[in-house]
Design a protein around this ligand. Sequence first.
Ligand SMILES: [Zn+2]
Length: 383
Amino acid sequence: MTKEEQLNVLKKIISIQTVNQNEAELADYIASLFAPYVGKNVNIEKVNYAPGRDNLVVTIGNGGKVLGYSGHMDVVDPGDLDAWDTDPFDPVVKDDKLYGRGACDMKSGLAAVVVALLEMLEKGDQLPGTIKLLATVGEETGNYGAAELTKQGYADDLDGLVIAEPCDDLHSINYACKGVIDYHVTSVGKAAHSSRPQKGINAIDNLFEFAQQAKAKLASFDHKDPVLGKLTHVISLIQGGEQINSVPSEATLGGNIRTIPEYPNQVVYDTLEGIIDQLNQQPGFDLSIKYTFPEEPMGGDPAAPLIKLAQQVAKEELGFTPQPVTSTGANDGQEFTQSKKDFTSIIIGPGSDESHMPNEYVDLPAYYNAIRFYQKFAHAFFN
Ligand SMILES: [Zn+2]
C-alpha cells in the first residue's frame, strides 16, 4: 500500500462513528478489506454482543503458534464540540498530525494492525503460524467485547497478544496493570423520630460498622506485587439519611479497590461478602453489596520473552528500544488473559497522551512506524 492508502484506511475508520455503540459498521468495513482473501487461509467471524455491536475476529493462517493482535473499535464521546477546532468525525491532517475522535485511542493502532495484516496478505507472506485479529466492542465502558470473546473461547489458543493501544508512540510497552473493583453497599434500617432512637434502626451506624471492618481487613492485605505495588482501597462515595431529626432508614457507600495478582478479585469479593454475612446475622443489620465493572489484575514480568522480542524488533526496525511500564488503567488484555491458556499480553501502539481529549490526534510518523513494527513483529514471533 502507498502511504496515502495507509492513511485513507485510518481516515475511514475514524469517520465511522462508534461512540460507545455502532461497532458493527466498523466491523463490516474492516471485514470488507479482508474479504478478497477469504478462502486463502483467511477466515472472518463476527461475534455479536448487542444490536449494532459486533466484535470481529479475522484469522490468518492455519495451525502453528497463534499471535493475537487486538484493538477496540469504540471511542468515547467527543464532548463539547466547541472545544474542537475540526469535526471529530471528519479527520484532518495538519503538520503531520491527524486529528479526529479516536485518532489516538485507538483507531490509529487498530488501523495500523489492519494495514499491516493486509500488506502481508498482499505480499503473500507465508508465516509458519496463525495471526488472529481481535477487534472488540465496548472497551471504554467495561471491556465487554473482550469479555464476550474470551467467554466464547476466542483467546484460548493464543500464544501471545499485542494490543495496539496508544503507548507513548511505541516508545513504551505496557505489560501489567492493577485490577479494579467498584463496590456499592446499601444499608437498610428503620426510620423513627430521633428523640426516640430505640424505636428505629440506624442505617448509617450499621454502614459505618461495615466501613470500619472493610477498611481494616483490606489494609491487612499488605503483600506487595513486585511490579504493581500494593492493593489500594478508597471509600469514595457516601450518602444516607432523610432529615436531621429522623433515624436514617437507608444509607449507601461506594468504594474503589485496585487489586494485584497476590489478591485476585475473588479473594476481595469473599472478604467483603464475609463481613456483610457476619454483620447481617446481628439484629437490625440489613446490608447488601453489588459491583460495577470489575477487572482482574494482570501481573507481568518486564523480562518476559514477548517484551524482549518487541524491544528487539523496535530497535532494529524503528531505531529505539521501548521501555516496559505498568499502568493503573484497565484494558482488554485483562479479559483476554482470563482464557484457558497462559500467555503474555502487551500494549504497544501509536498515540500518546491525547486519549479522550478534544482535538485528539496521532502523530502520523508513529502510525506508519506501527504498521512496520506489527509486520516485523509477526515475522519475529514465528521465527
Ligand atoms: Zn483505548
